[in-house]
Design a protein around this ligand. Structure first.
Ligand code: UD1
Ligand code: MG
Length: 465
């Protein structure tokens, strides 16, 4: 048995071909949810997307996904994530060996390596798969990934003799001595392409569960005089399977730890990383500072030197170099924040470009809009972009000044350098360099209060009773 850490071994991908079989036919009843198990998300992506991401390091056009009957949603998700993947349906659920053979057409294709992965182990790294492939390249017919779980109950045990893997014993078929073995089968397997089908076709259902165990591939290979090996992953969270909501939350926690560590490693400053939630596709440049409690939804890119104050929420947004965001800012899909712009507290931006150096520092909604360079948007400004039917655009030029508490009723244009008086409701375009004012004129009545009181008091006295 050979151990390995986190060293990458992708050189193999250049010299050998590889077919991937991903098992995703499990119904996930223990999730107690209507969504198919592999479509639950961690770090903003479905479980299956994480696994496809890891296998894509080796092969994008030799990926087969085995799903169960009536799993159209999974098929649809796979087609979107990796259109060239082949989808096979396992019509009857008769064990992992049976599931792999549902992809017989994929297995029949000539290939150096076959990798079998589960769709519900989202934390698997390409490096672990690369090590399985290296074992195949070194001559093994079957290579299995082992781990030492805190509680091995339910796992297949790896029966080893020094370097060699003799067999995998499923718990239900294991003797007391075998159950005491702590090294378990993680479920990931590599098979040498030239013998894969012969081995898999020899699997029978002669066992306690009357299932076709993929794990029998090991003993079958050995009976044919072929070499079988086990590798042990140093990081047991990597092979953790998701079967329940609690495990989904654990997988999320592990993935978040991994993403935060990578961000810190890449030069991002996080004051309290454990309070920052990232997505697998979050892009953070160097010298970004993130204060506690910030949530990154999918599709967010942050350029160099941006400061993000606490309690912000972002989704499908881009933040340009040196911008200052928050606290309590919300960037919704299509928010593009330009270089050095300031977006302050209780400001929501959606489908809008805020150009370089512009500022919206307090209590503002900007949707379907452009705010030109260096323009100042005062507190309480609202773009009224929706009339209950359609969405309309607000275009604000460069160097403009929008007075506090203004409503800009779209579609509307404010020209370069224009001023909008505070409290305006702007319904017509304001040309460049002009003042737009749309509010009732103020009146002042001197001495009015005393006169009013006198009148009221006199009226009260006159009332009978
Ligand atoms: C399997 C392994 C066990 C290992 C464990 C690790 C076998 C016989 N046993 O056991 O050695 O320790 O995983 O988690 O392989 N699936 C199908 N179709 C089927 C059966 C399963 O697609 O007919 C899929 C499941 O959706 C799942 C994966 O294969 O993604 C594993 O199946 P599961 O029933 O969880 O196997 P275990 O009994 O946990
Ligand atoms: Mg399982």
């Amino acid at each position: 048995m050979t151990g390995f850490g986190r060293t990458e071994g992708f050189g193999i991908a250049r010299v050998r071909t590889c077919s991937i079989i991903m098992l995703a036919a499990g119904e996930g009843t223990r999730m107690r949810a209507s969504r198919p198990k592999v479509l639950h998300t961690i770090a903003g992506q479905p479980l299956i997307a994480h696994v496809l991401g890891a296998v894509s390091e080796f092969s994008r056009d030799r990926v087969a996904v085995v799903i169960g009957p009536a799993m159209d949603r999974v098929a649809e998700a796979v087609r979107k994530l990796l259109p060239q993947a082949d989808i096979f349906v396992q019509t009857e659920r008769r064990g992992t060996g049976h599931a792999v053979l549902a992809a017989r057409a994929a297995l029949a294709r000539e290939t150096d390596d076959v990798l079998i992965v589960y769709g519900d182990t989202p934390l698997i790294r390409a490096s672990a798969l690369a090590h399985l492939r290296e074992a195949l390249a070194a001559g093994a017919a079957v290579a299995v990934l082992g781990f030492r779980p805190a509680d091995p109950a339910g796992c297949g045990r790896l029966l080893t003799d020094g370097e060699r893997l003799l067999a995998i014993r499923e718990e239900k078929d294991a003797s007391t001595d075998e159950k005491a073995i702590t090294l378990c089968n993680a479920g990931l397997m590599g098979l040498r392409g030239d013998v894969a089908l012969t081995i898999l076709d020899a699997i029978s259902d002669d066992n306690a569960k009357r299932e076709f165990y993929l794990t029998d591939a090991v003993a079958i290979a050995r009976s044919k005089g072929l070499e079988t090996v086990a590798l042990e992953t140093a990081d047991r969270t990597e092979v953790m399977g998701v079967n329940t909501q609690a495990e989904l939350a654990q997988a999320e926690a592990s993935m978040q730890q991994r993403l935060r560590a990578a961000a810190l490693d890449a030069g991002v400053t996080m004051v309290a990383p454990e309070t920052v939630y990232l997505c697998a596709d979050t892009k953070l440049a160097r010298n970004v500072v993130i204060e506690p409690y910030v949530v990154f939804g999918p599709g967010v890119t942050v350029d160099e030197g941006v400061v993000i104050h606490s309690f912000c929420h972002f989704e499908n947004a881009r933040i340009g170099r040196g911008a200052i965001i928050g606290p309590f800012a919300r960037l919704r899909p299509g928010a593009e924040i330009g270089e050095g712009a300031h977006i302050g507290n209780f400001v929501e931006i959606k489908a809008a470009t805020i150009e370089a150096g512009a500022k919206a520092n307090h209590l503002t909604y900007i949707g379907n809009a452009r705010v030109g360079e260096r323009t100042n948007v005062g507190a309480g400004t609202i773009t009224c972009n929706y009339d209950g039917v359609g969405k309309y655009q607000t275009d604000i030029g460069k160097g403009a000044f929008i007075g506090s508490n203004s409503s800009l009723v779209a579609p509307v244009k404010i020209g370069d350098g224009a001023y909008i008086g505070s409290g305006s409701v702007i319904t017509e375009d304001v040309p460049a360099g002009s003042l737009g004012l749309g509010r009732g004129r103020q009146i002042v009545r001197e001495g009015w209060v005393a006169r009013w009181r006198e009148r009221i008091q006199a009226a009260v006295k006159k009332k009978p009773g």
